[in-house]
Design a protein around this ligand. Structure first.
Ligand code: IPE
Ligand code: IPE
Ligand code: MG
Length: 252
């Protein structure tokens, strides 16, 4: 007894976890710790995406939104930005693109402002979106995405259409229209902030922060994050079923 570490409990999705978003942070620090360039860190990070999606899919998640490049990430050195654009382009070509396109389950979509992105990337986005549309498991890849820009452009579009601005109409104009708001947002890399990600959609998301750097994220760590989510009690400003029952018991 006590010789073996207790095996970690496996998360069980009771249906409350439909949508997950991830701030994939820590590539730079992962590379630095190994004496590698930041770009090498991004290459290592890209390798974890597929396995993360398949673990989440296994747990019954329907939609995953991944933050790959923010509107503020243009402020990085040109070499790093160019490296990232090249990486996105390579990632969406060849073997991996083939696997995504030929899978019958995954719909890959791209969210963010496309105008500033290289032409070849925009063409790839469209091709992949068209070929994978309508499948049950949705992955939104956020590239040149900013939450504030997203809200401003949604409001502008409603104004141009002379439509009333309501919570529903505004949600419909966001890149994520039709995708459930994230139940859970995971940020790897130890920072505890949102960094302009899904500002509108995160209104009632549970936030889980892990110190694990993105390229090191593995099944065990994802499962720890999911377990933390399932332990949370969501209240949405009201009371949850358990609290209500307890309160009713007191009145009886
Ligand atoms: C996240 O990793 C990837 C992008 C922002 C593109 P970082 O590059 O921010 O890694 P750290 O935070 O410097 O370790
Ligand atoms: C957030 O990470 C953006 C992505 C993971 C794509 P950053 O590294 O850019 O965030 P800050 O600068 O630490 O807030
Ligand atoms: Mg970072």
């Amino acid at each position: 007894m006590g010789l073996f570490r207790k095996k970690q409990e496996k998360p069980h999705n009771d249906g409350s976890l439909r949508s997950v978003a991830i701030i994939m942070d820590g590539n730079g620090r992962w590379a630095k710790a190994r004496g590698l360039s930041r770009s090498a860190g991004h290459v290592a990070g890209a390798k974890v995406v597929e396995s993360t999606l398949s673990v989440l899919r296994e747990y019954g998640v329907e939609a995953v939104t991944l933050y790959a490049f923010s509107t503020e990430n243009w402020n990085r050195p040109k070499e790093e930005v160019d490296g990232l654009m090249k990486l996105f382009s390579e990632y969406l070509s060849g073997e991996l693109a083939e696997r995504i396109i030929s899978s019958s389950t995954l719909s890959l979509r791209f969210i963010g402002e496309r105008d500033r992105l290289p032409e070849d990337l925009r063409v790839k986005f469209e091709e992949i979106e068209n070929k994978t549309a309508g499948r049950p498991f949705v992955c939104n890849l956020a590239i040149n995405y900013g939450g504030r820009d997203e809200i401003v452009s949604a409001a502008k579009r409603l104004a141009a259409l002379e439509r009333e601005i309501t919570k529903e109409s505004l949600s419909e104009m966001l890149y994520t229209a039709g995708v459930p708001d994230p139940d859970l947002i995971i940020r790897t890399g130890g920072e505890k902030r949102i960094s302009n990600f899904l500002l509108w959609q995160a209104a009632y998301s549970e936030l889980v922060f892990t110190d694990t750097l993105w390229p090191d994220l593995d099944r065990a760590e994802i499962e720890r994050c999911l377990l933390e989510f399932f332990k949370r009690k969501r209240r949405y400003g009201g009371l949850n079923a358990e609290d209500l029952k307890e309160e009713a018991g007191k009145k009886a």
